[in-house]
Structure formats: C-alpha cells, structure tokens
Design a protein around this ligand. Structure first.
Ligand code: FO1
Length: 312
C-alpha cells in the first residue's frame, strides 16, 4: 500500500523518518514545499527538500534540525571576508548540495530531476518530489517597528529576523502560474493514504495547496487523508507556526487546525495533551485520533506513522 505525504521542513522530515521505519521507502512519496527556497551567493537553496533528504539519510545535524552533521563553516568565513551576506549559514558540506543543484538547474534540468539525483546520491529510494518545478516564493508581510508594514522573503523573516516580528500577511508569489511537478497529482490520487505532515499550516502546507490542482487532488482523497496536528497544547514544537496562526487570526489549537484541515482530510491526529478537545475537533467535521505525537526519536515517529496508517 502506498503513502503520499505533504511535507514542509523539520516536523515532516521526522514523521517521514518514522514512516519509512514502518513501511520502507519504496511505497512512499513525499511532496515537499519549495516556498522557502532562496538564492544566496548565486546558489539555489531548497531548505525543505534538503531537510527531508538529510533526515531520511540520517545525515542531518540533530541539534540544528537543518543542514548536515559534522559540518564546518570555512567557506562562510571567506565569503564574509568578501563582503557576501552571512546571515544564512551554509556549511562547507551543505554547499556541495547547492552547487550541484545550481549547476544542474542552470543546465536546464527541472528541480524534480535534480532533487531525484540528490536523493539517490544519499541512498534514498522513496519518491521525493518538489510540489512544483516552477518558481514559487513565500513572501511575508511584517509590521516592522521602524519602517511599518513591508513584504520580505520567507528566509529573511525566518532566519534574518529570527521570526520574532509580527506577520500581517503571507503570499505565495508565482503560485498561480505554477503546475504540480510530474508525479505529484498521481501520487496524491493513487495513494492508499494521503498524509498532511505536522508542518506549519501557513508557510509549509499553504504553499503546497496554492499550486493549482493540489488542493483539489487532496480534497478528492479526503476519506483517505489524515492530518497530524503541528500544534500541541496550544503551541508549535518548533518554529513560528503558533505565532503565525495567531497573528493571522486563527485559533492556535487543535480546533483551529481542524478548521483549516476539515475540507482536506477526514481525520486529525492530536496529541494526548489535547485529548480533552477531541469532541470539539469532531464538531469541526473531522474524526479525531488521540496519540503520543511528540516525535522525540525515530521509534516515536514510527509510532505516529503507525497511528496515521491505521486511520488512512
Ligand atoms: N535556519 C536558521 O535558523 N538559521 C540558518 O542559518 C539556517 C541555514 C540553513 C541552511 C540550509 C538549510 O537547508 C536550512 C537552513 N535553515 C536555517 C533552516 C531554514 O531556514 C528552513 O527554511 C527552516 O527550517 C524552515 O523550513
């Protein structure tokens, strides 16, 4: 039986790592956000694709949750000497990924085939797909204390500003002109189970659904779609999902998540910490499954994956 997972960064990567413990890689497709992508030093960086690749290859730096383990930063030292921006840290080993991605894109290869080459080079056999091969950039409008409202690229918000500035709007630049990457629509249409991973609903899952055809493809599979709440006891386990949801007017709880996901998935998996709100989740039209969803290690992630597969 096949599983297709809609993914963002760290939370999705951890879930996938557990999923492949349970079902292996050959029946799994990951459809990954590219709205976080950025160009730095002339290199195309795809953070969510790389976080998934490195995590599944057991090559991720466990403390940072992004980039490679056993990293060094010598290139950054020399780039700083040349006056290049150093607010976004690119390790010496990680740079090889961006060099190869950039040279292949420049030679005309689509992002999906470049991603496939990189994943296979790390020994992965699951299908790892960017949601689209076309340009798509998440833009965030922040309420800057000095300059007032202004729109910036996602990484400038997330890393540059350490996401500690209020967000008033999020936009997926270029989305209307994109098409799903080859295999994306089929992977959603044919999967026994479609999973919305525990990623940021606004800036990780949002860009996926903004690609024309993707939201419709997921909705068509609603009865076999399962979402895992990225909010536990009113907070995100990592990143700004809770703040962004609040700033954009959503309830920051499993009920708020159910309101967002009810049209897309028949089932929401929530953490035991939120068990007392299961009835309210069901009142939003989703079946509610209570489980231990904090993926502290691969075994716990495998446990979450088993719960998801039971309800797909
Ligand atoms: N996140 C940071 O907070 N600081 C960084 O310097 C940083 C560098 C970086 C380099 C490569 C990469 O693949 C990810 C990186 N991230 C960094 C994470 C990145 O901001 C992702 O977009 C987030 O993990 C959200 O998906």
């Amino acid at each position: 039986v096949s599983t297709t997972v809609l993914c963002g960064g760290v939370g999705a990567a951890r879930f996938l790592r557990g999923l492949i413990e349970v079902v292996g890689q050959s029946t799994v497709t990951a459809v990954v956000n590219v709205g976080d992508d950025t160009v730095l030093h002339g290199l195309h960086v795809s953070p969510d694709l790389d976080t998934v690749t490195y995590t599944l290859a057991d090559a991720i730096d466990p403390e940072r949750g992004w980039g490679l383990a056993h990293e060094s930063w010598h290139a950054m030292e020399v780039l700083a000497r040349y006056g290049n921006p150093t607010w976004f840290n690119l390790g010496d080993r990680d740079l090889a990924t961006h060099i190869v991605r950039t040279e292949r894109l420049r030679a005309g290869a689509p992002l999906s085939s470049v991603t496939d080459h990189i994943a296979r080079s790390w020994g992965l056999s699951l299908r790892l797909l960017p949601v689209t091969d076309d340009p798509l950039r998440t833009m965030v409008t922040i309420d800057d204390a000095d300059t007032g409202p202004r729109e910036i690229e996602f990484q400038e918000y997330f890393v540059g500003r350490r996401h500690d500035v209020p967000v008033t709007a999020v936009r997926f630049d270029g989305a209307e002109a994109t098409t799903p990457a080859p295999g994306v629509a089929e992977a959603i249409g044919a999967a026994a189970t479609v999973v919305i991973a525990p990623s940021n609903p606004v800036v990780s899952i949002g860009p996926l659904l903004a690609v024309p055809g993707v939201r419709e493809a997921v909705t068509a599979r609603r009865d076999h779609a399962v979402a895992v709440s990225p909010i536990v006891a009113g907070a995100a386990l990592k990143g700004p999902a809770d703040r962004m949801l609040r700033e954009l007017g959503h309830e920051v709880s499993v009920v708020g998540i159910a309101r967002l996901y009810a049209p897309l998935a028949a089932t929401l998996v929530i953490d035991t910490a939120d068990a007392h709100r299961a009835g309210e989740v069901e009142a939003e039209g989703m079946a509610c499954v209570v489980a231990d969803t904090v993926m502290r290690d691969v075994d716990r992630a495998a446990g979450v994956a088993e719960v998801v597969l039971e309800h797909g």
